[in-house]
Design a protein around this ligand. Structure first.
Ligand SMILES: [Mg+2]
Length: 242
């Protein structure tokens, strides 16, 4: 079985968050000297602390921006500027889904030989809307929207799918959410980095020892996915020598 991540694996996502962060910096820059205050570092600290409270996604980002703007400006931020942050979040929730070039063909090719499932995290409402709008939902046997992509979550999903980790391969742009937890369980991974990644998603421990490294491949673009999946499937079917 092959799992696909969604944001920045099937469709563009982080670009919109990067734009929102740049806009946030401009808004806060009206109150403080950007040369003195590391605005985006302060925002990231608030966002990270809030993940356990809000979960992932645009709505949590917006609330963290409001909190961070209030802190950075010492409470001087105007209501109209807070409103700009809320409007920015609404824009993010409504942006059209833009598939990565070649991804439909790649998912279709992988789905010929394997069961494919979609595993994504973030706002339930937003993720459901994007899946619907993507036109890809028919290709997936199951669509799982989860609050965190960690080993316990993957273990629970694999139990529901009725397969062992060794029969599962995850494809995604995030080492932290898509690759590391699946490798840790004994599964397989194909990492397809996106050109921009939220700092939170790059922090991951990837095993580099002889035993684990061959369980992962890295590809640059969707058209290389089917071959990478096939290569790892051959490894999975070949008994390892002691
Ligand atoms: Mg992703």
């Amino acid at each position: 079985m092959i799992g696909f991540d969604a944001d920045d694996t099937l469709w563009r996502s982080q670009d919109y968050f990067d734009d929102a962060q740049a806009e946030f910096e401009r808004i806060v820059g009206g109150y403080v000297d950007l040369a003195d205050v590391r605005v985006l570092d302060a925002l990231y600290a608030v966002e990270t602390a809030n993940i356990a409270v809000f979960g992932y996604g645009v709505k949590g980002m917006a609330l963290s921006m409001v909190e961070s703007a209030t802190q950075i400006t010492g409470g001087r931020i105007a209501a109209l500027d807070l409103h700009r942050i809320v409007e920015m979040a609404k824009g993010l929730l409504r942006h059209p889904v833009k598939l990565l070039p070649g991804i439909r063909k790649a998912v279709e090719a992988v789905a010929v030989e394997f069961d494919v499932v979609l595993i994504t995290k973030g706002d339930l409402f937003h993720q459901e809307a994007k899946v619907r709008e993507s036109g890809l939902s028919d290709l997936f046997r199951r669509i799982e929207i989860v609050s965190e992509k960690d080993p316990p979550t993957y273990a629970r999903l694999l139990a529901e799918f009725g397969i062992d980790a060794g029969q599962f391969l995850m494809i995604g742009n995030s080492l932290r959410s898509d690759i590391a937890p699946v490798l840790a369980l004994g599964g397989w991974g194909v990492h397809m980095p996106y050109r921009t990644t939220w700092a939170h998603e790059t922090a991951a421990e990837i095993p580099t020892d002889q035993d684990q490294a061959p369980r992962m491949r890295v590809v640059a673009a969707p058209d290389a996915l089917p071959a990478a999946v096939d290569a790892l499937a051959v490894c999975a079917r070949t008994p390892r020598e002691a």
